[in-house]
Design a protein around this ligand. Structure first.
Ligand code: PLP
Length: 381
């Protein structure tokens, strides 16, 4: 949808693109300056495969400060974005035939990255009534002798839902009881609203860090999607295995981006608060407007920058003479009729829903929501 929206924009069409998964703010100045200084200082060569020591130390110090759990630099492997970090974990841990439990709706790359290893993603349904949070009984019933890993993402892409420490604790009990590894994707952990803080799975209580890999990075927190810096925080032996794998596959992540990431983690943090406040104001606008639209329901959005809304009552209707039966067809009809780009829930394993990003200005969002409202109330034809 993003590619189609770009093509329409290039053709001069007034498209409101709410399909994107990246902050719309520029990377803060002091981070860009650190990259310029890194080039001037000659940091343009290979680095150690798991990242330069200063960055691994900065990641470990930041995680320790924010979670209260002591993280050592030797547990950190810096990769080319959080997506690469996920690929590394799956490749290092999974064997063909293993099963990985993935609650739906899920971020699109999980299932594909798991399949690349020969393992099998086992997609578990969650309910809008539960804010799309995985129920303990659903998890327990899905575990087989082949289940190796549980994958969690909080705050969530695509739903924006944030698990509380208590809710994660219930899932942790099962993970311990059934001896599962847990991959906790915490890439949106600093984009949490209403003065709350994200709970980090590995730090919930003693004994969990040994079975947990935390995946995070600078992409979303510091608006650095293009710089490609993410990381894993894992038990040391796994960190060594991941570093070995990465050294063969891609060598180190970009040397200049690593210096920029140090500046991000160690520099002033007001930029994070400013972006978070802007996302929260947009969340308020988007959630209120969507909830007031006929037949639309959505969960409580506690973080990230997505609204994931149910369109079920609107499926089966005709738009512009065409019957719309699926979320893909609904998104296509919306793009055609009102030039608003969104992403179909089917892409996230949740038919009957649509994801809209609120990584856009309030003005654009208001216009996009007006158009969605007009589309929903357009007479069936
Ligand atoms: N995990 C989730 C849940 C995401 O939404 C994304 C990006 O959209 C990533 C991981 C990948 O982040 P990166 O750009 O650092 O690879």
């Amino acid at each position: 949808m993003a590619a189609r929206a770009s093509a329409m924009k290039a053709a001069g069409i007034d498209v409101i693109d709410l399909s994107v998964g990246e902050p719309d703010f520029p990377t803060p100045d002091h981070i860009c300056r650190a990259a310029e200084e890194a080039i001037a200082a000659g940091f343009t060569k290979y680095t150690p495969a798991p990242g330069i020591p200063a960055l691994r130390e900065a990641v470990a110090a930041d995680a320790t400060r924010r979670t209260g759990r002591e993280v050592k630099p030797s547990q950190v492997v810096v990769s080319n974005g959080a997506k690469h970090a996920l690929h590394n974990v799956f490749t290092a841990v999974l064997e063909p035939g293993d099963e990985v439990v993935v609650p739906t709706p899920y971020w699109v790359s999980y299932a594909e990255l798991i399949k690349l290893t020969g393992a099998r993603p086992v997609l578990l349904e969650t309910r809008l009534e539960d804010d799309f949070k995985l129920r303990a009984e659903t998890l327990a019933a899905a575990i087989t002798p082949a289940t190796r890993m549980l994958l969690l993402c909080s705050p969530s892409n695509p739903t924006g839902v944030v698990y509380s420490a208590e809710e994660l604790g219930v899932l942790a009990d099962i993970a311990v009881d059934r001896d599962l590894a847990v991959v906790s994707d915490e890439i949106y952990d600093q984009l949490v609203f209403d003065g709350r803080q994200a709970a980090s799975f590995a730090s919930l209580r003693p004994g969990l860090a040994e079975r947990t890999v935390v995946v995070a990075g600078v992409s979303k927190t510091y608006s650095m999607t293009g710089w490609r810096i993410g990381w894993t925080i894992s038990p040391e032996p796994l960190a060594k295995a991941i570093a070995g794998l990465q050294s063969q596959e891609t060598s180190n992540p970009c040397s200049i981006s690593q210096h920029a990431a140090i500046a991000a983690l160690q520099g002033p943090q007001e930029c994070v608060a400013t972006m978070r406040d802007a996302f929260q104001a947009r969340r308020d606008l988007v959630a209120a407007r969507l909830a007031a639209m006929p037949g639309i329901r959505l969960p409580n959005i506690g973080g990230a920058f997505y609204a994931f809304f149910e369109i079920l009552p609107h499926l089966g209707r005709s738009y512009g003479g065409k019957q719309v039966a699926t979320s893909v067809e609904w998104c296509e009809a919306l793009l055609e009729a009102e030039q608003v780009a969104t992403v179909a829930g089917a892409a996230f394993g949740a038919e009957g829903h649509v994801r809209m990003s609120f990584a856009a200005s309030e003005e654009k969002l208001a216009e996009g929501l007006d158009r969605i409202e007009r589309f929903l109330s357009s007479p069936s034809s």
